[in-house]
Structure formats: structure tokens, C-alpha cells
Design a protein around this ligand. Structure first.
Ligand SMILES: C[S@@+](CC[C@H](N)C(=O)[O-])C[C@H]1O[C@@H](n2cnc3c(N)ncnc32)[C@H](O)[C@@H]1O
Length: 159
């Protein structure tokens, strides 16, 4: 099973980059994780609602054209459905049994995701009712993936 993380924009904070690097290293023995970043769009100051929608659509097109075939797509959105860590572990196992070779997680940029991207998701996942930065949520997702693989293998990890 290959995990793809598709995200809008780069990680600029060194402390987040260090955390991402650490969890990518920890995940190596369990699965292949492929991070695909697409460029974010510049937003004009005082952008109108319509301009913001256009920017989200452009970023969304970049994301969607990179989604690998035979992927189960999990879109991260604050308004999505919650999932427990055990639930994520079970889902990964079930998807493997169903013959999926890829799980693709999609993370939006500062403005969030277009409706088209949200409609593409097989599951819309919320980590909390609170909004995190796109940089922070990438690190949180990687920690949860690591936790899921520890659960799948029955290996100890922090409670
Ligand atoms: C800064 S947030 C975007 C905020 C934007 N106002 C919105 O409502 O989508 C950037 C991205 O991080 C992810 N994200 C942030 N908080 C999240 C949460 N609580 N659950 C799931 N994804 C989240 C989403 O993919 C979101 O598109």
C-alpha cells in the first residue's frame, strides 16, 4: 500500500519541516509515503469571494491531475467527518483487502479546497472542529499515519 499526500503550498517553518522529516523516517519501515506539493496561487489583497473561488479552483485542478490511479481519496477538511486512530488503522487494512494500491490524502492551501476537490473525495476527514494551518495539518496527518501503522502491527506507541 502506497500513501500519497497531496498538498497545496510549501512548508516554510523549519520546526514543522523537522517534524515532517522525523515522521517520514519513522514511517519508512511500514509503508511508502509520497509527498506531492502543488504551487499555491497568489491572492490579490482585498480579493473578492469570486476571485477566491477562482484561486481554489486553479489549485484544485493542480491537485486533481496528480491523483494516482487506483487511489482511495481522503480529503482533509474541517467540515468533514471525524475518525479515530483505530478507525484509520482499520480503514487502511480494509482498503488493502479491497485491492487499493494507493491511499491519497489531499490537504488544501491557506484558502481551503474547491468544491470539485471535495466532491472527488471518497471520504472527507476532519481532525477537529478547529482549523489548523496547512503546514501543521501535514505534520499531524503523518503522526496519525505512523500511529495507525503501529496499531496495525500491534506495536507499542505512546497512548
Ligand atoms: C488553513 S486550512 C484552510 C482554511 C479554510 N478557511 C477552510 O475553511 O478550508 C488549510 C487546509 O488544512 C486542512 N485542515 C485544516 N484544519 C483541518 C481540520 N481540522 N481537519 C481536517 N483538515 C484540516 C484542510 O485540508 C484545509 O484545506
Amino acid at each position: 500500500m502506497k500513501i500519497n499526500i497531496m498538498a497545496v503550498g510549501k512548508i516554510k517553518e523549519d520546526y514543522i519541516n523537522a517534524g515532517i522529516k522525523e515522521f517520514l523516517k519513522r514511517l519508512k519501515p511500514y509503508t511508502e509515503v509520497n509527498v506531492i506539493e502543488v504551487d499555491d496561487e497568489r491572492i490579490p489583497p482585498n480579493a473578492s469571494g469570486a476571485q477566491i473561488e477562482k484561486v481554489k479552483e486553479k489549485e484544485g485542478e493542480r491537485l486533481l491531475k496528480n491523483v494516482p490511479k487506483n487511489s482511495y481519496v481522503i480529503v482533509l477538511d474541517v467540515k468533514g467527518k471525524p475518525m479515530t486512530s483505530e478507525g484509520l488503522a482499520k480503514s487502511i487494512q480494509n482498503l488493502q483487502l479491497q485491492g487499493y494500491s494507493n491511499i491519497t490524502f489531499i490537504i488544501g492551501g491557506a484558502l481551503g479546497l474547491s468544491q470539485k476537490v471535495l466532491d472527488t473525495g471518497d471520504y472527507i476527514l476532519s481532525f477537529s472542529h478547529m482549523t489548523f494551518t496547512h503546514q501543521m495539518i501535514r505534520l499531524i496527518l503523518l503522526e496519525q499515519l505512523y500511529r495507525a501503522f503501529k496499531i496495525i502491527k500491534g506495536e507499542p506507541y505512546h497512548k
